[in-house]
Structure formats: structure tokens, C-alpha cells
Design a protein around this ligand. Structure first.
Ligand code: PLP
Length: 787
């Protein structure tokens, strides 16, 4: 009814859907709602038994466990209680961490049951510190602590603790305490692995990542927890695991289950399966990152202070000093019909939270962030403009990336990369033989033309198998390039220039590789994935023509070389010979011990190198969270550092050689130093949480690796003389077995153990490389009589 002529009309937002952007309960998808809108069936009927078994089994995929899972008709708090009363006895000690309101809430439950809680202080801006956990457990020599309780994702702050690292800390301390983890706002939103992290009890609720209404509480239980539960003496009845497990065998419950919620659970498990858990996690990660970009653009502060612990499901944000976060939320609710999460406990009034988990997509996030940005203005909260724009730019970029991708799985990518590398390895020696037979001028012209044609033909690939085949034939072409280049240098370069000359050759190759990612990203985003292959094919053909036109196999044939230069080169390289047509003395070459030692060292180098060349961009994008555009830039930095190191290594070794006259030592010093730098650099690059620090240390590691390469390629010249090309081809072939093994092996390692393990393997191989370098004697010439 109209109640006053002077009242101004208020814009109404009460129609349309309400935005409930609290970090749970989350939006329940239509599919789940419809699945629940059914008559409730008899919970002792065979039909119910089938439903029970189906959901109990289906949940295992989500918790990543093969153990037992229990479903209570309860909230998450009930599942907390169940975990404690089934495993502990009055007076037991438990280790908990004050990382936020929910961690405090769980402690309250423990205290009420008479447990002794060691509550590690925290500032509510970081997660559980594994080192503190390790120290506490190491100090507890009598093993009085019976359980370590961790909230995986602290919903009140938006901080995700590293459960895997906590488990490692417990194992290092060799402590038998149970590990219990609250995954109420992380399960089905953030990667979680019950079995791999040896978690004993996982606690969860239905109302967040599982996209259901509130009403189901979960305990996922390890064998160890089950055994411990036999002697746990805390009082329990409703929460007792034993009658539940007995009934669950047939899919039944000891009391009336939440039947309709279980219909919903069956549907939500199906939805998660359809999307794929990894995709679900990636979606949450993307929304977390987009939200944080908006917050930074607004000039506000994120509660979580450690980028390695940012939450993918909720972001806590400080309101500017002097402004009430609750007032802001009130305005946004009244004006735009959107609920945001409140600051809880000591953060009340200071913090508001955006939930971006569950059944959620890019446009819902865009609407959410728009509501917040408009709310700032309406409530008079000072902020910078552009938060929504920053988030949209990130989301758009992510969308383009996913469209640009060929969509191969990690493993398929591994085999595609490996196919090229195997061809490259197997055809090293035939390629070099060709060079030694017909001379570098014609050989390189053929080779580059061949690989250019097959580079372009990559665009004709229609499937993974055809891609593998085309990349193999491409690799056959590229195989001889470096050995032939080496042979051509042996005709033109003085011994004390060879390290540097080889350095320049490799620097050119790394520079090309450094420029490639940003260029490819630019071309892919503009013209699709085929364009870079066509362009690079054309550039290769142009190079082949230029090479044939300008290069001559010996200084004598080149009109640009004067007599003095010619004499100088002849004096140092053993006189004018064409060098073609002489049979390659393979027996002599293959009986050189130095060559085999060299080859083993080069295997270590090539393995580590291939990890960077083939996988670093993917690693930055998939694991370190860079966008395609950022990836193009950051992936090129280690290669640029490597380019400089290529030049530096060869130059340094030549300088040492000239100053000391000791060839062997001048090669060894640089080689060993390079490998040691690489081995040391890889470790912090892998361990750091900060993506940019990771890139910085990767630059160091890659530079170390590349410091060795000019020197390594100078040694075949030192020992191989006229047959430097063939000598180098043996080294390069053995080395490339390392590069050929690495891409597919890495894919499997990543799939099985995550991204860190392959880098640790590289670091170990670099250490080995350093050791082997100490055994290489560059003064042991194979063909003294030919020179
Ligand atoms: N633990 C965490 C991390 C939570 O986010 C919540 C609720 O949001 C709880 C425990 C308590 O769960 P419930 O409110 O369902 O009892």
C-alpha cells in the first residue's frame, strides 16, 4: 500500500535469484534439487540398500580413499564430535592449531569431552605450520599426544593448510598420533587425498563442495583409526561407528537416515564424476585467483598472508580501517539481494568473506564481484575502481587458454614430446654420418628443409597418434643438426675458440627457445594453434636457403676468407683438406673411454634440460597458476638466463685454457660448477610457494645447466679432431636417451606423485653430472695420427 507522497522510490532487486555467496551452504544445483524431490522410501527396503551402497562407494573417489566412510544425518559439528569420541579416551592429549574460528570451535568440542588440548597459537592469517607440528611431536617422547587435528580449509579466514606437509612432519617425528582433518569447506573444491596423506579420520559436511543442502556429516576412516576405535573410551551412542559400519555392509543405517539427502548425494557425486575432480579443482582455483585479483585492484587486503595457502573456496577480505564489514554486507544484502560471509570471532566487523565454491561458474563470480564493487560505492567504502575488470580479464584469458589447448592429457603430451625426442636420439649418428660424408653445407641444408616441412605438417595432425607420428619424422630430420654444426666448427675454429663458438651455437638455440613461448602464445591467442607451426616452418626453409648460399665446408672454398686467415686456420686445424669421403673410423671412436664418460655426463644434462624445455611452460600454467600470457613470459626467463650462461661457460673455459694451458682442468672446473649450481637451484625452485620465486630459482638452475654445454660440446672437438661430428653424435645420442626418457617419465611421475618429484630427480642427476665431469679428460685425443 502507498504510504506517503514524499517517499523516494528505491530501486528494487528482489526479483531474480538471490546471490548466496557465503562460504557454505552453497548453491544447490537444479539437478540435485530435482533428484531430492521424490517420495521418501522405506529405509529398510532393498531399494534403499542399493542407494546406500552406491553413495558409500561413490564417496570413496571424492575422499580418495579405499577405506570406510560413514554418513551421519548431522551437521559438520556432529562429524567433528564423532571423530573425537570414536578414537579418544578421557584425558587424552590432542594437538590443535589456532588458525581461525572453526579450529577454535573444534577445540571447544574437544574440551567439553575432557580432552587435553595443546592449542598452538596463530594469527589467523596463516595455516598450520608443519615445522611446529614436527617440533611438538618430537618433544612428545612418551607419545602422550593421541591425535593431531587440522582444519584443511579454514572457512573463517580463507586459508588452506598443507595437509600433506603435516603428514610428512608427523612421519619425520616418527609419532604414532592419529591425523584428523576437517575438510568441511575443502572436499570436492580443493585437492584432498585421504589415503596418500595417510589421514586417519576425515571430517566433512554436505553443504559446501558437495553442493547439497546441510544435513549430512561424514567421517572417512583409516584402518588405523578403526583399530584405535576398539579401545577408545569416550562416551558415545548416536555417533558410534561400530553399529553404523555393521549396518552399512548392506547399505543400511542403525537409525533413520536422511533419505532424500542421499538421493541428492547420488546426483552430486554423478555431477562431480562428469566434470572430473581435477577440473572441479581447477575451476575453484581459477575463481579464487580471479577474486584475489579483484581484491588487489580494489586496494584491499586479503586475510590470508601466505600466497602458498590461498584458499580456492573462500576469500576473507579486510574492510578498510574505520569501516564496518558488517555494515557493508548489510547494504549489499538490502540493495543487491546478495549475502556475503561475515567476519567470525575476533574478525567480526573487520572482515567479510566471499564464498566461491560448489556449483559456481565464471558469470556467477562476475555477478558476485560486481555486487561487491557496487556495494562499496553505495556504502561509501573507499576503494579503487577496476576490481571486477581485473577479475574479468583473468577469467577471459583463462577461457581463451582452455580453447587454445589441444586438449591432450598429460600422459599423451608426454608421449608426443617423447616421440620427437626418440627420433632425435636414434637418428643422431646417421645424421652426423651424413654430415661427415657430404659435408655440413649440403647436409644442414637437407636437414633444415626436412624439419621445416614437418614442422608445417604438424598442423595436419588430426589425432594424438598422427601427432606422435609427425613429431617422430620431424625428430628424424632434426637429429643431425648439432653434430654437423660441431663438425663445421672443427674446420673453421681454433682450439682456444671452440668453447666459446659452441657456446654461441647453443646460445642461439636457447635464445630461439626463449623467444618461442611468448611468440607462440601471441600467435595462438590471435590466430589459433596452427599458425606458429606454419610460420616456424617457413622461417626454417628461409634459413636453409641462406645457409646453402653463404656457407662453405672449408675456409679454402670461401671467397670471403683472406690468405692470412686461411693460413692461421690451417696451422691450427692441420692443413687444407676437404674431409669428405674419408671413412669414419668408428672402432677408434667407440673405444674412447673419455667419450663414454662424456656421454654419461651428457645423459644427466639432457634429462634435466628436457624437463625444462618440454615441461616448464606446462608446469607454470598447471601447477604454478600462471595464465597463458604470463606463462609465455615467465617460461622464457630461464631460457634467457641459459643463453647468457651458454656464452659465459664456453668463454670462461677457453679463458682458463689460455691462461693455465691445462685443457682438462679448464673444461672440468666450468662443467662441475655448472652442474652444482643447477642441482642446488632446482631445490628452492621446487620448494617455494611463491610462483615468481620459483621462476627466479629456475633461472639460476637453468643457467647452471647451460654453463656446462659450451664446454661439453667443445670436448668432442678437443678429442675428436676431424671426426668431431661423429664423436659429438655419440655423445649427443647417449645424452638424448636422457631427453627421450624424460618427457613421458615426467608425465607418469607427475600423475603419480605430483610435480615436485620430477624436479628432485633432475637435481639428483645434476649432482651425478658434476661428479662425472670430474672424471673427463679432454686432453685424451682419439685421432692423434690424423692431425
Ligand atoms: N568446520 C569448518 C571448516 C566449517 O566451515 C564449518 C561450517 O561452516 C564447520 C566446521 C561446522 O560445520 P556445521 O556448521 O555444519 O556444523
Amino acid at each position: 500500500m502507498y504510504d506517503g507522497a514524499f517517499r523516494l522510490p528505491m530501486p528494487s532487486n528482489l526479483s531474480g535469484r538471490q546471490f548466496v555467496q557465503i562460504p557454505g551452504p552453497t548453491n544447490v544445483p537444479e539437478r540435485v534439487l530435482r533428484a531430492m524431490a521424490r517420495p521418501t522410501i522405506d529405509h529398510r527396503s532393498p531399494e534403499f540398500g542399493r542407494l546406500g551402497i552406491e553413495v558409500l562407494e561413490g564417496l570413496k573417489e571424492v575422499f580418495k580413499t579405499s577405506g570406510k566412510i560413514i554418513i551421519f544425518p548431522s551437521s559438520g559439528t556432529g562429524a567433528w564430535e564423532a571423530a573425537l569420541v570414536n578414537t579418544l579416551s578421557p584425558g587424552d592429549h590432542v594437538l590443535m592449531f589456532d588458525i581461525g574460528q572453526f579450529a577454535s570451535g573444534w577445540r571447544e568440542v574437544a574440551l567439553r569431552f575432557g580432552l587435553q588440548v595443546d592449542f598452538v597459537a596463530g594469527d589467523w592469517r596463516r595455516g598450520v605450520d608443519p615445522e611446529i607440528a614436527e617440533a611438538k611431536l618430537s618433544d612428545d617422547r612418551e607419545h602422550r599426544i593421541k591425535a593431531v587435528c587440522v582444519v584443511h580449509n579454514e572457512t573463517s579466514t580463507g586459508v588452506t593448510s598443507r595437509v600433506g606437509a603435516v603428514r610428512e612432519a608427523m612421519n619425520r617425528a616418527r609419532h604414532p598420533a592419529l591425523l584428523m582433518v576437517d575438510t568441511i569447506s575443502s572436499l570436492a573444491s580443493i585437492d584432498y587425498r585421504q589415503d596418500e596423506w595417510e589421514v586417519d579420520v576425515t571430517i566433512c559436511g554436505s553443504q559446501k563442495g558437495l553442493m547439497l543442502p546441510p544435513g549430512l556429516g561424514f567421517n572417512a576412516i583409516s584402518e588405523k583409526a578403526l583399530a584405535v576405535s576398539q579401545s577408545a573410551r569416550l562416551a558415545k551412542s548416536y555417533w558410534d561407528w561400530q553399529p553404523m559400519l555393521a549396518q552399512n555392509k548392506g547399505g543400511f543405517f542403525p537409525y533413520t537416515p536422511a533419505t532424500n539427502l542421499l538421493y541428492g548425494l547420488r546426483e552430486s557425486l554423478e555431477m562431480l564424476r562428469e566434470e572430473g575432480l581435477d577440473n572441479v579443482f581447477a575451476r575453484h582455483k581459477r575463481h579464487g585467483e580471479a577474486t584475489r585479483r579483484a581484491v588487489r585492484a580494489w586496494g584491499l587486503e586479503i586475510v590470508c598472508s601466505d600466497p602458498g595457502e590461498y584458499s580456492s573456496s573462500a576469500t576473507g577480505i579486510f574492510a578498510p580501517a574505520g569501516y564496518s564489514a558488517d555494515e557493508l554486507r548489510k547494504v549489499i544484502l538490502e540493495q543487491f539481494n546478495m549475502s556475503l560471509g561475515a567476519g567470525l570471532g575476533k574478525l567480526q566487523g573487520k572482515v567479510f568473506r566471499i564464498g566461491h565454491l560448489g556449483d559456481f561458474n565464471d558469470l556467477m563470480l562476475a555477478g558476485t564481484l560486481a555486487g561487491v564493487e557496487m556495494g562499496f560505492d553505495v556504502a561509501g567504502v573507499p576503494h579503487s575502481k577496476g576490481g571486477v575488470a581485473a577479475a574479468l580479464e583473468y577469467l577471459t584469458e583463462a577461457a581463451k587458454t582452455s580453447r587454445a589447448e589441444f586438449g591432450f592429457s598429460l600422459i599423451t603430451m608426454g608421449w608426443i614430446l617423447a616421440s620427437f625426442r626418440w627420433a632425435y636420439t636414434l637418428f643422431q649418428v646417421p645424421g652426423a654420418w651424413l654430415g661427415d660424408r657430404i659435408g655440413p653445407r649440403r647436409a644442414l641444408t637437407w636437414i633444415v628443409a626436412w624439419w621445416s616441412v614437418f614442422t608445417s605438417l604438424t598442423t595436419a595432425a588430426w589425432s594424438a597418434a598422427s601427432m606422435i607420428a609427425i613429431r617422430f619424422v620431424f625428430g628424424v630430420g632434426e637429429a643431425g643438426a648439432f653434430p654437423i654444426a660441431t663438425r663445421s666448427l672443427s674446420r673453421w675454429m681454433l682450439p682456444a675458440e671452440r668453447g666459446f663458438a659452441q657456446g654461441i651455437t647453443h646460445a642461439g638455440s636457447r635464445l630461439g627457445a626463449a623467444l618461442t613461448p611468448p611468440l607462440v602464445v601471441f600467435l595462438i591467442l590471435r590466430y589459433g594453434w596452427r599458425m606458429p607451426f606454419l610460420i616456424f616452418g617457413a622461417v626454417g626453409l628461409a634459413w636453409a636457403i641462406a645457409w646453402f648460399w653463404y656457407y662453405r665446408d672449408t675456409p679454402d672454398e670461401h671467397s670471403g676468407v683472406n690468405t692470412a686467415e686461411r693460413d692461421l686456420i690451417h696451422a691450427a686445424t692441420g692443413g687444407p683438406r676437404k674431409g669428405t669421403g674419408v671413412p669414419v673410423p668408428w672402432r677408434r671412436i667407440l673405444s674412447s673411454r673419455t667419450l663414454w664418460t662424456l656421454s654419461l655426463m651428457y645423459f644427466c644434462y639432457q634429462y634435466a634440460l628436457a624437463v625444462y624445455l618440454d615441461w616448464f611452460p606446462t608446469y607454470l600454467k598447471d601447477f604454478r597458476g600462471f595464465t597463458l600470457k604470463q606463462m609465455g613470459f615467465y617460461a622464457s626467463l630461464p631460457l634467457l638466463a641459459g643463453t647468457a650462461a651458454d656464452l659465459a661457460g664456453g668463454w670462461l673455459s677457453d679463458l682458463l685454457c689460455r691462461q693455465t694451458g691445462n685443457l682438462t682442468r679448464s673444461r672440468r672446473i666450468v662443467g662441475i660448477a655448472g652442474f652444482l649450481i643447477a642441482a642446488a637451484g632446482i631445490l628452492p625452485a621446487t620448494m617455494t610457494h611463491d610462483p615468481r620465486t620459483c621462476v627466479a630459482f629456475s633461472c639460476l638452475a637453468f643457467a647452471g645447466l647451460e654453463l656446462t654445454v659450451g664446454v661439453s660440446w667443445a670436448i668432442p672437438l678437443d678429442i675428436g679432431g676431424d671426426f668431431a661430428g661423429s664423436t659429438a653424435s655419440v655423445m649427443n645420442m647417449c645424452g638424448n636417451v636422457g631427453a627421450a626418457i624424460s618427457p613421458a617419465l615426467l608425465a607418469y611421475l607427475v600423475k603419480g606423485y605430483g610435480w615436485n618429484v620430477p624436479f628432485f630427480v633432475s637435481s639428483a642427476l645434476c649432482l651425478m653430472g658434476a661428479f662425472i665431469y670430474g672424471k673427463i679428460d679432454a686432453s685424451k685425443r682419439i685421432f692423434a695420427e690424423y692431425e
